[in-house]
Write a new protein. Structure first.
Length: 254
């Protein structure tokens, strides 16, 4: 378990943490969850922001044709140098992608609400955003207060609650379609990890709000303007003096 770095190194060290026994177990659950969220999601482009490694198999089984990776730090791979960007400013055109995936992106940014604003901007109408994050209301969240976990990856991130993320999405015009909780086991080492695996099934049934990790899928709703129907009824003419023109009643009385 390494201490938390600063700046763009956060996500890279998070990827290193996923190679640990606890990270490997969490990655399995998150990838299965992502497959469920993508099973009925369609489109041409899925934008994945933050974590570069992982989730490739889940995306490959979906009906979205292309995955666009947007890492937070530039690095070399077999295709050459990748383009990196801050999560608060996507170098992506407005209304251009069908889905956005944020794997723990909100946990390691100073402006999570601004990240969601950018998601709303780049998504097409009825596009979907899928968010995975650490739950502050869980044993994983409490581990941040323990000396062994304080200041270390991934507990150095700013954990949020699913309630807060849902509120932000609602303010931006999103409708939450799905929410799942996972990893109800405490974040302990491998010696107890397998022995406590039964807590995942018990937790999802009896205390579903306290999972260590939440997953949310929401759809972008765009309200359409309904034009007002013109009123064809002629209004009574005003006289030059401002008085209403008198009406003749009964044919003899003015």
């Amino acid at each position: 378990m390494s201490y938390c770095p600063q700046g763009s190194d956060l996500i890279r060290h998070l990827e290193d943490w996923y190679a640990s026994p606890l990270g490997v177990e969490l990655a399995k659950q998150e990838e299965v969850c992502l497959e469920r969220m993508l099973c009925d999601t369609f489109g041409y482009y899925l934008l994945q922001v933050g974590l570069n490694a992982g989730f490739a198999e889940a995306v490959a089984t979906s009906r979205i044709r292309h995955r666009v990776l947007l890492p937070l730090a530039a690095c070399y791979d077999s295709l050459g140098l990748q383009i990196a960007a801050r999560p608060e400013r996507f170098p992506i055109a407005t209304d251009s992608v069908d889905a956005v995936f944020l794997p723990h992106t909100l946990d390691f940014t100073d402006e999570p609400h601004q990240v969601l604003r950018e998601v709303e901007r780049v998504l097409i109408p009825d596009g979907r955003v899928m968010i995975i994050g650490f739950n502050a209301l869980s044993l994983w969240g409490l581990w941040r207060l323990v000396p062994r976990g304080r200041g270390r990856m991934p507990w150095c991130g700013d954990f949020l609650t699913p309630f807060r993320v849902r509120d932000w999405l609602s303010l931006l015009g999103f409708h939450v379609e799905m929410q799942e909780m996972m990893m109800f086991r405490p974040p302990w080492r491998r010696t107890l990890l397998g022995q406590l695996s039964f807590l995942d099934s018990l937790g999802s049934r009896f205390w579903p709000l306290f999972g260590g990790v939440y997953a949310i899928r929401a759809v972008k709703r765009v309200s359409t303007l309904t034009p007002l129907r013109p009123s064809w009824k002629t209004r009574r003419r005003l006289l030059p003096g401002g008085a209403i023109e008198p009406t003749v009643r009964g044919g003899s009385h003015v």
